[in-house]
Design a binder for this molecule. Structure first.
Ligand code: S3P
Length: 171
């Protein structure tokens, strides 16, 4: 049974996930990083060379591989991963899903600093794009979450403790 972190781009899935894995003594898997490693190519290059649909297919395959491996880990997803129905079903089988919920203000602040390498944002006016994607996605994030952790933008250790608390309650 793994601990799966979902949430919008910029919410801190990878940073919090890595710290959580350390604290819980579990392996850490970042699905985007795994895809980049296997493809030997950055996410931006995958989008540019093969398109979004090909990337989404890689995300789904990555989840099936994790299911086959069957190990217990902290898994950080890409922001769009829960949107496919097939992914949603695998995720439910893989473990407990925690939605890292951050306000649009926190997300925008982070993404303004760090939007390179995020092809879903490239070429858009950031605020409008984030608001519209968030509106599209939040229902699904909530639908599949076993628990929702509201992030306050505090340091990673503080956010991490909140997630551990939520995870303990689910076990
Ligand atoms: C995406 C989020 C990215 C990455 C890809 C698509 C999305 O991951 O999977 O660029 O559709 O929201 P992060 O949420 O880690 O930025």
């Amino acid at each position: 049974m793994s601990l799966i972190l979902e949430g919008f781009m910029g919410c801190g899935k990878s940073a919090i996930g890595r710290r959580l894995a350390d604290r819980l003594g579990l392996a850490f898997i970042d699905t985007d990083a795994e895809i980049e490693r296997k493809q030997r190519c950055s996410i931006s290059d995958i989008f540019r060379e093969s398109g979004e649909e090909a990337f989404r297919q890689m995300e789904t395959s990555q989840l099936y591989s994790l299911e086959l491996e069957g190990s217990e880990a902290v898994i950080s997803l890409g922001g769009g991963t829960p949107m496919r129905d097939a992914n949603m079903r695998v995720l439910k089988r893989l473990g407990k899903i925690i939605y890292l919920k951050a306000s649009p203000g926190i997300l925008l602040g982070r993404l303004e600093e760090d939007k390179d390498g995020r092809p879903m944002l490239a070429g858009y006016e950031l605020k409008k794009r984030v608001e519209s994607l968030l509106e599209e996605r939040e229902g699904r994030y909530l639908e599949i979450a076993d628990s929702v952790v509201e992030l306050s933008g505090a340091d990673i250790d503080t956010e991490c403790l909140k997630v551990i608390g939520a995870y303990e309650e689910l076990k």
